[in-house]
Design a protein. Structure first.
Ligand SMILES: Cc1cc2nc3c(=O)[nH]c(=O)nc-3n(C[C@H](O)[C@H](O)[C@H](O)COP(=O)(O)OP(=O)(O)OC[C@H]3O[C@@H](n4cnc5c(N)ncnc54)[C@H](O)[C@@H]3O)c2cc1C
Length: 382
């Protein structure tokens, strides 16, 4: 009997757990460790912020995993010992024969002075709820959507947030009382996807009169003065600050020698095996360098596909077969624009010399496809 352990019950962890449970049958033990008791469907946070969802419906308890023979262990992973093959969670040392890291990226608003006190974190339930409350009552002013640093998960999110906020204010009949602006260190929207997609997103922002300030790296936020100061010297005033916080690799991965301090877990881009024996990593915790020198975006669509590959290969190893599954770099992305409409793009990110990304025009059907994914998520995976 082998012990297969998954760190993280997010997108990558849940997909791998479901596939592995089926492949391993009752012959092997499967454990999922998460410090959160519930899995949150993160894409819907944008709809919490714009008032079209309530947070209560967006999470499910991870103890549901136990129903299908997977053990769910609630707790924070403090350390991984790749020599003794143990995962340390508080006082527990959980042994593994095969380990999958799927802890995502750490959100670190504390890394930018004044950020936590001065604004609301779009990437947490509490932050998205607070944004919704402010948008319901604010009478006028300047809404700033700030990308604090790069990389960040879901490259479309700041643009979606700005357009959804714009549409919400229009629906309230108060749009003329507001300016809406996006500040980001990126040179153009979603730069990894190339200039055509960047131009298409800029066009969408312009259509909704959202001001766009690329190439702006935030240095500090002054909560009392309600300003963001950038490395360029620009000072941006705001009345409502909606932010995407700095992201970093979890410290246990660095301590275990699985990732550099200022980087991400290195993996084989086809199999998501790490250089450490019997350890794989998927999703936002990984850094996959593409042919053009940029990195594969951090997105659920990739975490899901990567998890399928790793689960198939661990399953093969346990049944004595040769692992053959590989990830092909394909992905897709929705860009919500408000008013029940969205853009959509598909891409082959492993194409040489650049990813091959095809944007589709904004349409109602893309919004409804995204809603369908949301509505079927828990039935499929938890
Ligand atoms: C607002 C928003 C909108 C998004 N929209 C989209 C979209 O439209 N399409 C798309 O593809 N992606 C989207 N994403 C991104 C997507 O949600 C992530 O890329 C995806 O969840 C990454 O999966 P993961 O398994 O790597 O990590 P996660 O899903 O983040 O899961 C990580 C899990 O690990 C746990 N964990 C972390 N550290 C520890 C530890 N030390 N000990 C124990 N447990 C730990 C966490 O609690 C968490 O449950 C969006 C994200 C946000 C925030």
């Amino acid at each position: 009997m082998a012990d297969v352990v998954i760190i993280g019950g997010g997108v990558g962890g849940l997909v791998a757990a479901k596939r592995l449970r089926r492949a391993l049958g009752t012959r092997h033990r499967l454990t999922v460790i998460d410090r959160a008791a519930e899995h949150l469907f993160q894409p819907s946070l944008l709809w919490v912020a714009d008032g079209s969802r309530r947070p209560a419906g967006l999470s499910r308890p991870l103890t549901r995993l136990n129903r299908r023979g997977t053990s769910f262990h609630l707790g924070n992973v403090d350390a991984v010992d790749p020599v003794a093959r143990r995962v340390h969670v508080g006082s527990a040392a959980i042994p593994y024969d095969f380990l999958l890291l799927a802890p995502g990226a750490e959100l670190r608003p504390d890394l930018l002075p004044g950020l936590e006190q001065g604004g609301h974190n779009l990437y947490t339930t509490a932050g998205a709820t607070a944004i919704d409350a402010e948008l319901a009552h604010l009478k006028g002013g300047r809404v700033v959507v700030l990308v604090a640093s790069m990389p960040f998960k879901c490259p479309a999110a700041p643009y979606e947030a700005a357009m959804l906020i714009e549409a919400r204010l229009r629906a309230r009949g108060v749009r003329s009382q507001f300016d809406v602006a996006v500040y980001t260190p990126e040179p153009l929207p979603m730069p990894v996807a190339g200039p055509a997609l960047g131009a298409a997103v800029r066009e969408m922002l312009a259509m909704q009169h959202v001001d766009y300030f690329p190439g702006q790296t935030a240095a500090s936020v002054d909560p009392a003065a309600r300003t963001v100061t950038f490395a360029s010297g620009t000072v941006a005033p705001y009345d409502l600050l909606v932010y995407i916080p700095p992201h970093s690799v979890p410290s246990f991965a660095v301590d275990a020698g699985l990732a550099p301090a200022n980087g991400w877990v290195t993996v084989d881009p086809a199999t998501f095996a790490t250089p450490t024996e019997r350890v794989w990593a998927v999703g936002d915790v990984t850094g996959v360098k593409l042919a053009n020198g940029k990195f594969l975006p951090k997105a659920g669509v990739f975490a899901r596909a990567e998890a399928e590959v790793v689960a198939a290969n661990i399953g093969s190893l346990l049944t004595g077969e040769t692992p053959t599954a590989t990830f092909d770099g394909r992905g897709a992305c929705f860009i919500e624009t408000g008013d029940g409409r969205a853009g959509y793009a598909t891409g082959e990110f492993y194409s040489v010399p650049d990813p091959n990304v095809r944007p589709r025009p904004v349409a109602r059907r893309w919004h409804w496809v995204k809603v369908l994914i949301e509505q079927s998520w828990f039935a499929l995976w938890l």
